[in-house]
Ligand binder design. Structure first.
Ligand SMILES: *[C@@H]1O[C@H](CO)[C@@H](O)[C@H](O)[C@H]1NC(C)=O
Ligand SMILES: *[C@@H]1O[C@H](CO)[C@@H](O)[C@H](O)[C@H]1NC(C)=O
Ligand SMILES: *[C@@H]1O[C@H](CO)[C@@H](O)[C@H](O)[C@H]1NC(C)=O
Ligand SMILES: *[C@@H]1O[C@H](CO)[C@@H](O)[C@H](O)[C@H]1NC(C)=O
Ligand SMILES: *[C@@H]1O[C@H](CO)[C@@H](O)[C@H](O)[C@H]1NC(C)=O
Ligand SMILES: *[C@@H]1O[C@H](CO)[C@@H](O)[C@H](O)[C@H]1NC(C)=O
Ligand SMILES: *[C@@H]1O[C@H](CO)[C@@H](O)[C@H](O)[C@H]1NC(C)=O
Ligand SMILES: *[C@@H]1O[C@H](CO)[C@@H](O)[C@H](O)[C@H]1NC(C)=O
Length: 827
């Protein structure tokens, strides 16, 4: 049986990758890629010695962001988290830590007080819980002076996990704490609990059919009519109901009623309203399911609530993440539908087809109940309660297909904002954090997802652990192991042209025809002059481009480039979008790609080898995206026959004096470079130490992360170390945007500067550029003055193809490696 199931799953699996008719946005490419050092307008907070800034709570009223970290709680200024903060130190005392270590827990990672719960309790106090070295404790925080009332520590059992690595969730509704976690030290007893407040303490029944090794991720309160207020919980757990594989993990949604006070005899102090259903996020017709729910975000309130779930799966050896969206109405429908039942005779689960008792098990006490004499759950008849106890699982599933599927990535968190556009209604914008510390910003357009951009949030690789949106401040807060980051929801100034602004499809931003700049829609009083097109009907956009004040081809000045015949020429074309195609025209005719002339996607450049007189003329580069074509770059190339003085030194008839000058110069250069190599080696070692944290090769290669594409707009990130010049486009480009080649150890004749070996880490290249046959290359003089910069690469005759490959590789490598110093790299 098991083997048959496995075979079936394998068959389905192999099908998924070959099937092309999938009507699904499979692995979309983010339109822009923004590396850490190009992040603009970010603010951050961290305190030396404090880690795991995991629990974020917003207080929009008092303009505070509360942060629960390891043994510390902070009150930050919501407007600017980097401003001075208030701190509560809440450590587990030494004797508790000693006990924790005695019980076999890790003294470096587990025996601390990790703050896992932090929410507003009443007007004057917050309630907080911490793992307290595997003995969870809770307490109140007085907001007036931001102090912990730690004289009265409450037992945190069931409110907060023992193990900081375990999933949990909780929320306070009307001064009552609902929490879902494990109730014991061993982490074997799962529970959904209600505490505090005037009601009795309520629990789930400790039965595998209720909760089976759950991993809780989220909970939401949804207000209903007539006592129909509910709390929904989201988690993954081992399925009890699947014949195929009872080790299988499935995603679940569960409910309890706020008014539930338990049964009188049956289900005493236990939820009478606990129901759960399978949450399916799967690709239609493929029977491929995303079974592990990682995070859930609730958008809107009341019956209009929409849930966005993040799911992870592993197919073969590929990690895949997906986003599915669920309506509350669909969940409610499943909870009102048929129940599942364990059939003793067949020893399996199936649909319950018998009579369902009245009042219906699992429902809240509503007006109907009260009118029919059931004033509270205590008055529910035993037959209803017994049924409820035995049938927590619904037969139907809450099923959706993914809005977004992305491979080679683990999504960890999601937050969603609903954004009003100028004239096309409102759109949902998703902010998705990954385990590698990237943030995707995406917009849902007609049940498909367009990824506006991907941002690298951290200098070192670490997961995004929490996301919170402030609607008043229009910012996103990101909690991580190393600190808190504050990011603007929208930064429209990064779209520098009309095309970029419109093609971005960023609902926050629109092109202002009057100001001729990309502006934030909600900061603009009049929308009359604003231009926006999220739906992006290509024809319409095209028309607009013609009407609008687009920099026309006349306005884009050509850059003059002079090359010596026989050398190689690299003409960069800065395309700001990963989704754009480039097209080159030569003297207004489409360029014939031939031997020695090709477009290099990685370099984003046209490469012409062995330039001859016939290659002189106009070159123009067009960007084409979503059916819109516009000129991005123009060059006027002149080819000269004479060889500059410096190069003549290489020819046979060079005089001896010049030889000596050259030898000495080269010797000095070599010495310098040796130093540089030693330095870089040290840097490399540090890099290798961090190697496990580097972004893996494949995910880097998925998108052509090219050289910085907008050197003119470059603004150094505030978080960046001012000493760190790496990744500064100034080191790559002349002011006119031509690629700059830094003369370096490629010149070294004995090859000592060439990178020694390959390193063991995929996707993590050597910082030294690694031209392995440097002696056969010679870099010509670089004429990079002002607007007239160009590159001339003079190559040994037989090496050109190889060189270009090397050039491409080495530049790409620098690109991938965030830490290389171009000053010391060679091309
Ligand atoms: C806390 O942060 C440290 C590093 O900053 C990390 O190694 C550890 O796994 C984190 N622990 C939890 C429970 O998140
Ligand atoms: C929070 O930061 C903003 C901006 O820097 C500042 O104007 C405000 O006074 C700060 N608020 C508090 C309470 O410190
Ligand atoms: C705690 O960890 C450190 C470093 O790993 C170790 O040297 C020390 O012996 C540990 N202490 C105890 C009490 O286990
Ligand atoms: C809020 O709750 C705390 C802790 O129970 C209590 O001391 C305080 O008086 C309450 N404040 C108000 C305004 O009810
Ligand atoms: C807050 O601090 C002030 C001054 O230090 C003190 O007078 C007041 O009693 C404190 N309030 C609380 C609730 O502790
Ligand atoms: C029903 O419950 C309410 C409070 O929940 C109480 O005031 C009322 O007296 C109860 N009615 C009956 C018939 O028990
Ligand atoms: C995703 O997470 C899994 C399990 O934690 C891990 O094995 C895998 O390497 C991760 N994949 C990526 C692409 O980070
Ligand atoms: C390029 O050369 C032409 C004439 O050859 C000149 O008019 C033009 O200004 C030059 N452009 C730049 C950017 O220097």
């Amino acid at each position: 049986m098991g083997t048959a199931c496995l075979l079936l799953m394998l068959a389905v699996l192999s099908g998924i990758f070959s099937e092309t008719s999938l009507c699904l946005n499979w692995d979309p490419v983010p339109r822009k890629t923004i590396l850490f050092n190009n992040l603009k307008d970010i603010k951050s907070f961290s305190k030396i010695g404090v880690f795991n800034y995991t629990t974020l709570t917003l207080d929009e009223e008092n303009k505070k962001l509360y942060v629960g970290a390891r043994e510390a709680i902070f009150a930050l200024n919501m407007t600017d988290v980097s401003q001075n903060s208030k701190l509560i130190v809440w450590e587990a005392p030494p004797e508790k830590k000693a006990e924790c270590i005695q019980k076999g827990k890790n003294n470096q990672s587990e025996c601390f007080n990790y703050i896992r719960f932090l929410q507003r309790y009443n007007e004057t106090h917050m309630y907080t819980c911490g793992t307290y070295a595997f003995q969870p404790k809770c307490s109140y925080i007085s907001l007036e002076n931001f102090t912990l009332e730690d004289l009265v520590l409450e037992d945190g059992k069931g409110k907060c996990p023992y193990d900081p690595a375990k999933g949990h969730t909780g929320l306070i509704v009307d001064k009552e704490l609902y929490s879902a976690t494990f109730n014991n030290f061993l982490g074997t007893e799962p529970v959904i609990l209600r505490n505090l407040g005037q009601h009795r303490v309520m629990k789930t029944e400790y039965l595998p059919s209720w909760l089976n090794e759950p991993d809780f991720v989220a909970s939401t309160f949804v207000e209903g009519n007539w006592g129909d207020d509910k709390i929904y919980f989201f988690f993954s757990e081992r399925a009890v109901e699947l014949d195929c594989d009872n080790e299988q993990v499935v995603a679940r949604v569960a409910q309890v009623c706020k008014g539930d006070v338990g049964g009188a005899r049956t289900l005493q102090k236990k939820w009478t309203s606990f129901l759960k259903a399978r949450l399916l996020c799967s690709i239609p017709h493929q029977h491929v399911h995303f079974n592990k729910v990682q995070a859930v975000f609730a958008l809107g309130n009341g019956q209009e609530t929409i849930f966005f779930g993040i799911f992870q799966a592993r197919w073969g050896d590929v990690d895949v993440s997906a986003v599915c969206r669920y309506n509350l109405a669909d969940i409610t429908k499943v909870f009102n539908g048929p129940f599942k039942e364990f059939r003793e005779s067949a020893q399996k689960w199936g649909r319950y087809t018998g009579q369902i008792p009245t009042p219906r098990p699992g429902s809240c006490i509503t007006k109907w109940h009260q009118e029919n004499g059931f004033n509270s759950s205590l008055q529910l008849p035993d037959i209803t309660l017994n049924f409820a106890k035995k049938h927590p699982l619904m037969d139907d599933q809450v099923s959706e297909q993914p809005l977004l599927v992305k491979k080679n990535v683990n999504f960890t968190q999601i937050a969603v904002d609903r954004v009003d556009t100028v004239s096309q209604g409102s759109y949902e914008v998703l902010f998705i954090g990954t385990a590698e510390g990237w943030l995707y910003k995406a917009v849902i357009v007609k049940s498909e997802v367009h990824i506006i951009e991907e941002l690298q949030l951290f200098e070192t690789i670490q997961p995004v652990e929490s996301l919170k949106i402030s609607h008043t401040e229009k910012v996103l807060y990101i909690g991580s192991r190393s600190g808190v980051i504050q990011l603007l929801l929208a930064d429209c100034s990064k779209y520098s042209s009309f095309q970029d602004c419109t093609l971005a499809r960023d609902p926050y931003c629109a092109w202002d025809r009057e100001g001729r700049m990309c502006v934030q829609v909600d900061r603009h009083f009049s929308t009359l002059s604003l231009e926006q097109d999220i739906l992006q009907n290509p024809r319409r956009v095209g028309e607009k481009f013609h009407q609008s004040l687009v920099p026309s081809s006349d306005k884009l000045k050509p850059k003059n480039v002079t090359v010596v015949a026989g050398s190689s020429l690299v003409l960069p074309c800065q395309i700001v979008s990963n989704l754009a195609q480039t097209q080159w025209l030569f003297n207004d005719h489409s360029l014939q790609l031939k031997n020695g002339l090709h477009f290099d996607r990685q370099l984003c450049s046209l490469v012409i080898e062995d330039v001859g007189p016939s290659e002189a003329g106009h070159y123009s580069c067009f960007s084409e995206e979503a059916g819109v074509k516009f000129m991005a770059e123009r060059y006027q190339v002149s080819v000269v026959a004479s060889v500059p003085v410096f190069m003549e030194a290489r020819t046979q008839e060079l005089n001896l004096g010049l030889v000596w000058v050259l030898v000495i110069t080269l010797g000095a250069v070599c010495l310098l470079l040796l130093g540089a190599v030693l330095y870089l080696r040290r840097r490399l070692k540090e890099q290798l130490g961090k190697g496990a944290e580097m972004k893996p090769l494949e995910s880097t290669l998925v998108y052509p992360i090219s050289l910085p594409k907008e050197p003119r707009n470059f603004v150094p990130s505030k978080m960046a170390d001012p000493e760190d010049k790496f990744w500064d486009p100034v080191n790559y480009y002349y002011s006119d945007g031509s690629l700059k080649i830094v003369p370096g150890h490629a010149l070294c004749p004995n090859g000592s500067a060439a990178s020694p070996t390959s390193n063991g880490i995929p996707g993590q290249p050597l910082p030294t550029g690694a031209l392995h046959s440097p002696s056969r290359l010679s870099i010509g003089n670089i004429r990079g003055s002002g607007s007239n910069g160009y590159i001339r690469l003079n190559l040994g005759t037989e090496e050109r193809g190889e060189f270009n490959e090397e050039l491409r590789k080495s530049i790409k490598q620098r690109n991938v490696l965030p830490d290389a110093n171009p000053e010391e790299s060679s091309v």
